[in-house]
Design a protein around this ligand. Sequence first.
Ligand SMILES: [Zn+2]
Length: 241
Amino acid sequence: MTGYKDNQLIHIHPVEAFQDNYIWLIHNDQNSIVVDPGDASPLIEVLQRKNLNLVAILVTHHHADHIGGVLELQKKYPHVKIFAPKKDKYDFVNISLQDGDEINIPELQINYKIFEIPGHTKGHIAYYDMKNLFCGDTLFACGCGKIFDGTHEQMYNSLKKISGLSKDTKIYCGHEYTKKNIAFALSVNPNNSDLLLRDEHVSNLKITIPSTLGEELKTNPFLNCTSIEAFKALRDLKDQY
Ligand SMILES: [Zn+2]
């Protein structure tokens, strides 16, 4: 995935970790940013192969499969800046972020706006550069995250907040769950023609991320709930699916 910003080429690649996690690597020809490094080793292998320096780590939430590699990366890249949600506690030094904050990564000339999107966890945040949204385990392709230490009401409101962004926003989530999510969505919306097309489209893809917000609005049942009660009922159904 590529995009031009200030005349420099920025690449965004997934680095696969564990069973189904994606660590997002954002880089130019010299420097890189990573999102949610649950495991350092696959990432270090890619950084070394591409001869990239690591300048920033963006953490969306406190789960181990999103932060497990941070300390090792900090040891290897001692100047790396680590950003994390203010409402969580971390055992690594970090720059804590809350809703409305903006951060600048000068080495890549990228600015991110911070959104608090609690629900999966109570401190969960997203990073938004006006084109790409790194939303961790909140909005998944055709699904949404489970409720851990947040609440259903928080998740409902966070999904509404994301829904208000531009429809061409690319959605970079933390896991490859798309095919299972589409199967669930079809079980509740068997006649949604956009969903049937999406099912066909992803059937031969290994990596289905990023999607776009527009695609999610047409096919993701969790974005179409019109009340917190309806959202909770759907989330409960998915938890038992
Ligand atoms: Zn999580």
